[in-house]
Design a binder for this molecule. Structure first.
Ligand SMILES: [Zn+2]
Length: 261
């Protein structure tokens, strides 16, 4: 057979085999943070798999979104690895693939630190937009999670203003080691002083954020994360669209995020 799978050498190569039925992707899906099991039925297709994921999306919207983003990311990773095998004869180890896959999950901050995750849901042709943020401790326990409406001239101005206000709140609460994560690459790169700020208004806000750190004993780091990893803040920001003004989500039970959907 000409089109035998070059990875396992035991089955015909097809889209369904490359992404689902070959032992390599099967193990990667199972080793993922969601422990996804591919059905044993060899006729099960990628299209059925996507439908199954979309079903999870409808049942548990917030969790489903994570799973769906993860599945999309995994297809891309597996496809890249397949290309590496075909065109560069590069064989990826299973452990490496699983490790790469697990990196798409949010991780808690270092011991003693807190982490702020922020996101803006921008609505075209609207005056008010959604803001979402969550602050979590080193166990990943949320300290507060908020959905809020706000008016601002651009996504970056909204994001920077939110980061500034939340940092002040976190500092007032007595924390000195803070990690700020956002999926707004522009704002994060500016805060990391990797790029210059063209907008003077935005520049002023960013200067105020940076001045919080300068000359103090605070340790604040700014990190970019993809939107699928920033999923909680993203869900909170989207939820703000249906809020009247601001909602502080109750954190008394572990299922608090389910209240948000
Ligand atoms: Zn195979």
């Amino acid at each position: 057979m000409d089109n035998i799978c070059r990875r396992c050498g035991s089955d015909e190569e097809s889209i369904d085999h490359i992404f689902l039925h070959c032992p390599f992707p099967k193990a990667v899906w199972l080793g993922s943070p969601f422990g996804l099991r591919i059905p044993l039925d060899p006729t099960f297709t990628v299209s059925q798999w996507l439908q199954q994921v979309l079903k999870i999306d409808k049942t548990f919207k917030s969790l489903g979104e994570q799973v769906f983003s993860y599945v999309a990311f995994m297809f891309w990773t597996l496809w890249k690895m397949q290309n590496d095998l075909y065109f560069n004869q590069q064989v990826h180890k299973l452990e490496v693939a699983i490790l790469r896959a697990s990196k798409v999950c949010w991780t808690p901050p270092r011991p003693g630190n807190v982490k702020l995750n922020a996101n803006v849901a921008w609505r075209q042709h609207h005056v008010r937009h959604g803001l979402g943020y969550v602050v979590r401790d080193d166990h990943g326990t949320p300290l507060f999670a908020v959905s809020k409406l706000g008016s601002f001239l651009s996504v970056s101005i909204g994001e920077a203003s939110m980061i500034k206000a939340r940092l002040l709140q976190i500092i007032q609460a007595g924390f000195i080691n803070v990690t700020v994560e956002s999926d707004n690459l522009e704002v994060i790169q500016m805060l990391q002083r990797k790029t210059k700020v063209a907008d003077p208004y935005l520049a002023d806000i960013l200067k105020e954020i940076v001045s919080l750190v300068t000359g103090s004993n605070l340790c604040i780091t700014f990190e970019y994360i993809p939107i699928n990893v920033n999923v909680v803040a993203h869900v909170l920001a989207r939820k703000a669209m249906s809020c009247v003004e601001q909602v502080l989500w109750p954190l008394t039970s572990h299922g608090w995020l389910m209240c948000v959907i």
